[in-house]
Design a protein around this ligand. Structure first.
Ligand code: NAP
Ligand code: ZN
Length: 366
């Protein structure tokens, strides 16, 4: 079964190509973005004149932090209600895109802060357009939104078909301004999603050729993107890989590869993609017996061996050690074990296995 209700425009002038569909979204948009990326990426320069031509009014809520929190979502909902907006445009990396999904659903269903994960209460939606400016999360083609509750230092996602954007505008030019660090972290996130399309118990073999192509694109292009950040064909390849990763997890969901990283973001501020990256090799070793044949086929399609993949991975600065204490490891184990994405993993870790995985990134002598 395949299901992606999002209309995807992937091109150097994707906004213009989507023009007639944008015109149908509504009359008044709340544009939801981070502090700088919507402008730095060049999206605003092209989007605002288009909205004016289409006689669609708008206001901008440019306050989405990295790892969006529940309180920001509720502030966005209040703005939506006060301003009478009838559609939403999310611009940015996964953080603003996820926030725009949650704000749209909170508004349509009048959700309060403690109801934001309750998909049972989500019955209605508003039109949503997503414009990614990173090549990592694939959020523009997924039904997920990942939110952080800073008081409980907990990061978790929810998924509902209502959260799929109506339109996804993928224009690789918008990623040319990414720093090397965000380039690396988000590409590693996309790689995680592609691999999780294989690891998950909900894996879909029909998607393996797409997954292999996404992995090939990352393996062949990441070094060039770091050395020549403004090389457009390279960015286009990474953006395509990220979209493929999003389509993969839209079907398979994420796995322990993601849930194990969340505490490292909430407790130590490690960016999302890097939090996946620090466990990527260990996670592949852990899952390997359950998906040996699938991985072998994908690596053959990519044209490398598993060992060559490990060598390639270790050529990037993702082998970070974290000052996590034994006590914190013990505290996080039940949370990770209970996470929705851990539960659908093909090999469910025992608490001792999880402890060993967590200790593999622990800084010595703390
Ligand atoms: P992000 O948190 O959205 O952005 C990271 C940084 O990159 C921010 O400082 C941002 O600036 C900057 N940035 C973004 N685009 C830029 C551009 N074109 N030029 C210059 N700077 C730019 O990063 P992300 O890795 O894309 O998203 C991570 C979030 O997505 C996490 O919360 C993660 O859990 C979530 N996620 C969601 C899904 C899903 O399916 N929904 C899947 C995986 C991950 P600004 O602050 O100015 O925006
Ligand atoms: Zn991710």
């Amino acid at each position: 079964m395949f299901y992606i209700p999002t209309r995807i425009f992937f091109a150097g002038n994707a906004l213009q190509q989507a023009r007639e569909h944008i015109a149908r979204l509504g009359t008044k948009a709340l544009i939801i973005c981070g502090r700088h990326s919507a402008t730095r990426s060049g999206v605003m320069n092209e989007l605002l004149p288009l909205l004016e031509e289409l006689q669609q009014s708008y206001e901008v809520f440019a306050e989405i932090p990295e790892n969006p929190d529940l309180e920001t979502v509720i502030r966005g909902k209040q703005l939506m209600l006060e301003g009478g907006f009838d559609f939403v445009i999310g611009i940015g990396g996964g953080s603003p895109l996820d926030a725009s999904k949650a704000i749209m659903l909170a508004t349509a269903n009048d959700l309060k802060e403690d109801q934001l994960y309750d998909t049972g209460l989500m019955r209605k939606r508003l039109p949503l357009m997503a414009i990614p400016t990173t090549h990592g999360t694939g959020s523009e083609v997924t039904p997920y939104s990942v939110l952080t509750d800073p008081t409980r230092k907990k990061k978790a996602g929810f998924g509902t078909d209502l959260a799929f954007p109506d339109l996804a505008i993928l224009d690789p030019r918008y990623t040319l301004s990414l720093t090397p660090r965000v380039t690396l972290n988000t590409s590693i996130d996309a790689l995680s999603h592609l691999l999780e399309g294989i690891y998950s118990t909900r894996r879909n073999p029909h998607l393996y050729p797409m997954i292999a192509e996404g992995m090939r694109l990352i393996v062949k292009n990441l070094k060039t993107a770091l050395n020549e950040p403004e090389h457009l064909p390279t960015r286009a390849n990474l953006m395509k890989a990220s979209m493929f990763g999003g389509i993969a997890i839209a079907h398979s969901s994420t796995t322990l590869q993601h849930s194990i990283g969340y505490p490292f973001t909430t407790e130590f501020g490690i960016p999302h993609g890097l939090a996946n990256g620090i466990f990527m090799r260990q996670m592949m070793d852990f899952y390997y017996p359950a998906v040996e044949e699938e991985l072998a086929n994908v690596f053959a399609a990519v044209g490398i061996t598993r060992d060559q993949f490990y060598d390639w991975l270790s050529s990037f600065p993702i082998d970070v050690r974290v000052p996590i204490s034994d006590a914190m490891i013990d505290e996080k184990i039940p949370e990770i074990m209970a996470a929705r994405n851990t539960v659908i993993s093909p090999v469910k870790p025992t608490p001792d296995q999880l402890r060993a995985l967590l200790k593999s990134v622990q800084q010595e002598k703390i």
